[in-house]
Structure formats: structure tokens, C-alpha cells
Ligand binder design. Structure first.
Ligand SMILES: Nc1ncnc2c1ncn2[C@@H]1O[C@H](COP(=O)(O)OP(=O)(O)OP(=O)(O)O)[C@@H](O)[C@H]1O
Length: 293
């Protein structure tokens, strides 16, 4: 079983002329877990990953795998384009040979990603989900300890997302280091153990998803007599603001029971009382601001 390496970003910086695309990034990605690398479009994710993989030179700082730069690693494998007229098996055979990976790995990785039954079909006829799986099969050929995937969930249908979520978790559970970029928190929220969030090239958060905030539920309440409901909520010291379909009640003690009780004791009729989950995507947007857009 491969052991995952620790990926260390230390003061990593990239300037393109006057634009600082990546600005003094320092963080660590550990083995045995799935780490999401998040930020809005243009935040600098791709540039960071390109530096990690030696495809772009940094202006300052380093990105290393267990202290070793990518260029010095033994036989790293990068996914590249696939010829539409060739089958998945043919592609993988050619790459396996080039990378001096035993030919038997081809059938093994095809089975791992669930493509065995389609292995001899032309790749040109593959769906987006099947192409993503082929990309993963390719990345797994050398049985790597580290997987770095740029937007692997992009364009997948719900079934594809569910599959990749479980797949990434399994790879991490085997002890590998899994780093996955995305511009949407909601896309990776349930796939990752930890997130690293960047905005305008800078680190704005590292930790578990819950720590981003939001998370806590809020209550939506409305009444035929809104003025009186506002009064009742204020008297009960519940924080609220006007929303599109009633008041949004949030903050300490704001659950449906408390709101219902406040209305009841004030003799105010409710036309709506429900709990809205989350707010985490909003918290994420607050965190990244306008990003690099
Ligand atoms: N080769 C380049 N020359 C000049 N500027 C660049 C170059 N590559 C990236 N940039 C700029 O660096 C910033 C970060 O881009 P990058 O592609 O890394 O962001 P990203 O987070 O990956 O966004 P996306 O999700 O859209 O791919 C952007 O402002 C972009 O215009």
C-alpha cells in the first residue's frame, strides 16, 4: 500500500508582471485525508497547482512533497489528453509502458474506477463522467501516494459526484494524500475532511468545513400581522432581519420552538414557521469576498 506524502506550501508566490496571482501561500496538506482547495474563479488555484507540479516556476517560496520538489520525484504521472479513436485500455497500456508500470496495472485500475466493461470502447464515445474516471485510472496507474486533482467534480451528474466522493474517501482511507480543487464549496463540502480556502492568491482559511461558519440553522417566520411579530421577536431578544418571505431569525437561541413560543406568548398568529439549513455557502462567499473576479 502506498504511503501518502505531506505536501508543504511555504511562502509560495507567483507574479505575472504586475499581477500577483499567488501571494505568500503557506499551508500543509496531510496524508490519509481528502483536502479541498477552494477559491472563486481566478483566485489562483490552478497557478498554485501548476507550481506544485513543476509546470510553472514560482516567483518566491516552495511547494514540496515530504520536502522534495516535484521535479526531483521519481516517475510522477500527469494526466494528459486522450485520443478519441482509441480505447481506454489502449491509452492506459501506452502510458503504462512509457512510465514503466507493469502492464497488469491497466486492468487493475480500470476495475478500480469501474470502467472494465467499457475498456475496449473508443474514448470518443465516453460521457464526461467516464472521461473523469479514465483520468483517475490514469492517475492511479503508478499506485501513487499523492493525488492532486484540479476540479475533478466539474460537469459531473449527481451519480458521478456521489461516486467520486466515495472514491476519494477510499483513496484517503488507504493512506494517500488527496488534494482536490474546486471553486464551489457545495460541490466538495461532503467529499472533504478539510478545506484550504484562497482568495486573490491569499490563504483565507484552513480547517474543517464547519469552521467556515454559517452551518447553524436559521428560522424563517411570517405573520399576517408583521409589525406585531417584529415586536414579539424583539421582546424575546431574538435577532432578526426582513427576508423575502418573512423574518429571518438567527443567532443565539434562534430555533423554531423559541420563535413559536415568542409568537404564542404575544398572541401573534404565524403564517409561516420553518427552519432553513446551512447558510454555509453564504459564509463561504463572505470569506472569499469578490475573489479574483
Ligand atoms: N500565464 C498567465 N499570465 C498572466 N496572468 C495569469 C496567467 N495565469 C494566470 N494568470 C492570472 O492569475 C490569476 C489566478 O489565475 P488562476 O487560473 O490560477 O485562478 P484559478 O483559481 O485557478 O481560477 P479558475 O477556477 O478560473 O481556474 C488570475 O488573475 C489570472 O488572470
Amino acid at each position: 500500500m502506498p504511503t501518502g506524502a505531506t505536501i508543504e506550501f511555504a511562502g509560495l508566490t507567483k507574479r505575472f508582471g504586475r499581477v500577483t496571482a499567488v501571494d505568500d501561500l503557506t499551508f500543509t496538506v496531510r496524508p490519509g485525508r481528502v483536502t479541498g482547495f477552494l477559491g472563486p474563479n481566478g483566485a489562483g488555484k490552478t497557478t498554485t497547482l501548476r507550481m506544485l507540479l513543476g509546470l510553472e516556476r514560482s516567483s518566491a517560496g516552495t511547494a514540496t512533497f515530504d520536502g522534495v520538489r516535484y521535479r526531483r520525484l521519481r516517475r510522477p504521472l500527469e494526466a494528459s489528453s486522450f485520443h478519441p479513436g482509441r480505447s481506454a485500455r489502449d491509452h492506459l497500456r501506452v502510458y503504462a509502458q512509457a512510465a514503466r508500470v507493469p502492464a497488469r496495472r491497466v486492468a487493475a485500475v480500470l476495475a478500480t474506477v469501474g470502467l472494465s466493461d467499457y475498456a475496449d470502447r473508443r474514448v470518443g464515445g465516453y460521457s464526461i463522467g467516464m472521461r473523469q474516471r479514465l483520468g483517475l485510472a490514469f492517475a492511479l496507474l503508478g499506485d501513487p501516494g499523492v493525488l492532486v486533482l484540479d476540479e475533478p467534480i466539474n460537469g459531473l451528474d449527481p451519480e458521478g459526484i456521489r461516486w467520486i466522493r466515495q472514491f476519494l474517501r477510499r483513496l484517503a482511507a488507504e493512506g494517500r494524500t488527496v488534494l482536490v480543487s474546486s471553486h464551489l464549496l457545495s460541490e466538495v463540502q461532503r467529499s472533504v475532511d478539510e478545506v484550504v480556502v484562497i482568495s486573490r492568491g491569499r490563504l483565507v482559511y484552513q480547517g474543517d468545513v464547519a469552521g467556515i461558519g454559517g452551518g447553524s440553522a436559521r428560522v424563517v417566520a411570517d405573520s399576517p400581522t408583521r409589525q406585531r411579530l417584529a415586536q414579539a421577536l424583539g421582546d424575546a431578544r431574538l435577532a432578526f432581519e426582513a427576508g423575502p418571505d418573512g423574518f429571518l431569525v438567527s443567532g443565539p437561541g434562534a430555533d423554531a420552538a423559541a420563535v413559536g413560543h415568542a409568537a404564542f406568548t404575544a398572541g401573534v398568529e404565524l403564517s409561516q414557521l420553518r427552519t432553513e439549513a446551512g447558510g454555509i455557502e453564504e459564509a463561504f462567499i463572505d470569506l472569499v469576498g469578490e475573489g479574483g473576479l
